[in-house]
Ligand binder design. Sequence first.
Ligand code: R5P
Length: 319
Amino acid sequence: MEIRLFSGSANPDLAAAVARKLKISLARRLLQRFPDGEVNLRLEESVRGCDVYLLQSTCPPVDEHVMELLVMVDACRRAGAGRITAIVPYYGYSRQEKKSVGREPITARLVADLLSVAGSDRVVSLDLHAPAIQGFFTIGMDHLTAVPILIRHILARRREGMVVVSPDTGRVKLAERYAKGLGLPMAVLHKERLGGGETEVHAVIGDVRDRRPLVVDDMITTGGTIEGAVKALLSAGARPEIVVAATHGLLVDGATARLSDPSIVEVVLTDTVPVTPERRLPKMHILSVDGLLAETIRRLNENRSISELFPARYDHHPV
Ligand code: R5P
């Protein structure tokens, strides 16, 4: 089937880079807003019988990007697309995958349902906050990981005296994958979220004294987790040469200011969420997932394995 790759408004640069890797042009569409804010979309080329890919992270403004994606899926379905795959590099609402207290929604499931009801045949995402979200989809779901890309970047740097740090107990498996891939020891922080961007670390489990911490996470939102981790690591005697690595850099609500702490010497992120110039710091390295997504699209189009994309030693599944 002929490929058509459309970009939503969330990741235009990433979508253009993926199209370049695939040696195709981005499919043309008119995507704007009516004066009252409703999405106004028109596909400007035929998708009938095509293998359609819609690239859109549901990053802030989250609800606008979710709705835009749903509208794009709907338009493709009604225009007779052969197969519709939503490529959602960052899956918003992934932290609402269970009820933490009574009378809460499970919004990660709701978004999965919306995507399938709209007409998606398949969804592709990277480093979901909770891998079990894969099970919320009754349609096909491919869960990719950018961790090997981040590991490769760190492997090319000086690693002596480093220790991989999980900033909370929820990221222990993720930290294990980095520790294995980098051949480094690891430590775990016992974090409590006090609310909003504020966190407190109660204990540092593992040896960080005189070591250079590599703090790993799936996402950096307000930077509160990293701020708490830095404070706890320095009090436990770690060297003020901290490297932070995460797949999704949402960087909202003062995150960039928190990351500018001089004890953090490098922040490594990917472009699943665009990091706009005003949120960038000179010590940030933004690695692209364009090659990974292009190869995924190529393989889906040719009905070839996706698991083979991931070297076994890093473990495909981020759990
Ligand atoms: C929490 O479990 C996540 O893995 C991240 O640590 C968290 O979402 C980051 O948010 P913030 O940067 O606001 O602390």
